[in-house]
Design a protein around this ligand. Structure first.
Ligand code: ADP
Ligand code: MG
Length: 384
């Protein structure tokens, strides 16, 4: 009956995930701010290849080729981008931990992908909002089999300090509000930050309210440290707990991370707080890269403990967890250096090998499974 079809459908989703490996890297190129600026993008392939050109070199010398799981060009919509993250979101309700990151230099579109433009319409909403809505729908669809509860937390990590972004009384007087303790997600009640405010969410409007609160608090915090939010990482954590009819409990979490800007700071030009800040950002982003690379290479030692960020996310990175990184780049010629360093970083953490043969075979299998999923979905819809 119904239940069996649903479970088969889920199994197929997971098979698609497993076929693709547990670490995926997508690249997203934002639209150019001005049509007049030199654009570095030369070619975007359907297979995830990307060719960029150094604006200062002749075409044959300045070509750089990269290979990712997918590349979204400047015309890609929020909806299209979300569709390719959706299978991961769906595996959260099956008990998988998932982590989605936005990486890239300031101004490359990280916040656009995760949150959407400020004051935008629902159509412009980013992954955070869409993911939660999807989770509501999925849990509702299964409500006869499993009773799901969804809670969210949101914190910011600035200079290796963690602050609650969803407290109602976040203020400059109480600031900084720091957690010194980060626990493993699997301990106790499954919370890595047991003291950070936890909100139950049941609807899209709950989510919108909390996102607004998070944004206001991040702005307060940003003013207090006399800096922009681009210097801190923000982590929205969604906790899912499902209880089936025989009382079994399924727990998982989804981390949605808008990382600090990855731009390199010229150390000769900054001193004091700015220098310290740049060093912290550098350290935590390179720790994140080290952790993902170690996971991709299946190393026995994974250096989670080297930064607060990786410590906080450790149960959602590696093991049976699924990771997706969006590498954001700006298309303008004057960002070329940063673009290359973002793409190199992303290529390093990617499990995709250059050379398309293996990939094509894989995508044929994935396509086949996708078709099976679609027909199963129809079968489920007819049963409903
Ligand atoms: P970041 O968070 O990486 O600093 P933002 O997301 O704030 O960058 O993007 C910088 C600017 O570019 C914003 O005004 C944003 O609305 C715009 N932008 C980024 N990506 C896109 C996109 N895909 N389509 C349209 N506008 C975008
Ligand atoms: Mg931003």
């Amino acid at each position: 009956g119904y239940q069996r079809v649903v479970i088969e459908n889920r199994t197929l989703y997971n098979m698609v995930q497993d076929l693709k490996g547990n670490i995926r890297v997508y690249c997203r190129i934002r639209p150019a701010f001005s049509a007049a600026a030199k654009n570095v993008v030369d070619f975007i392939g359907d297979d995830g290849s990307l060719v960029i050109l150094d604006p200062l070199k002749p075409k044959k010398d300045g070509r750089k080729v990269f290979q990712f799981n997918r590349v979204f060009g400047p015309t890609a919509t929020q909806d299209e981008v979300f569709k390719h993250a959706q299978p991961l979101i769906r595996s959260v309700v099956d008990g998988y931990n998932v982590c989605i990151f936005a990486y890239g230099q300031t101004g490359s579109g990280k916040t656009h992908t995760m949150c959407g433009p400020s004051g935008g319409s629902t159509e412009d909403m980013g992954i955070n909002y869409r993911a939660l809505n999807d989770l509501f729908q999925m849990s509702n669809r299964r409500k006869d089999i499993i009773n799901y509860e969804i809670h969210v937390q949101m914190v910011e990590i600035y200079n290796e300090q963690v602050r609650d972004l969803l407290t109602e009384d976040f203020s400059t007087t109480k600031y900084p509000f720091i957690f010194r303790q980060i626990r493993s997600c699997t301990s106790d009640n499954g919370l890595s930050l047991p003291n950070a405010t936890m909100h139950s969410v049941k609807s899209a409007s709950d989510v919108l309210k909390l996102m607004k609160l998070g944004k206001v608090n991040r702005a307060v915090s940003s003013t207090a440290i006399n800096n922009q939010s681009s210097r801190s990482h923000s982590v929205l954590t969604v906790h899912i707990q499902g209880k089936d009819t025989s009382g079994n409990i399924l727990r998982s979490c989804l981390h949605l991370v808008d990382l600090a800007g990855s731009e390199r700071v010229d150390k000769s030009e900054v001193t004091g707080d700015r220098l310290k800040e740049a060093q912290y950002i550098n350290k935590s982003l390179s720790c994140l890269g080290d952790v993902i690379t170690a996971l991709a290479q299946k190393n026995s030692h994974i250096p989670y403990r080297n930064s607060k960020l990786t410590l906080l996310l450790q149960d959602s990175l590696g093991g049976h967890a699924k990771t997706l990184m969006f590498a954001h780049v700006s298309p303008e010629g004057d960002s070329f250096g940063e673009t290359v360093s973002t793409l190199k970083f992303a290529q390093r953490v990617s499990t995709v090998e250059l050379g398309a043969a293996r990939l094509n075979k894989e995508s044929a299998e994935v396509m086949e499974l996708k078709e099976q999923i679609e027909s199963l979905k129809k079968a489920v819809a007819n049963k409903e």
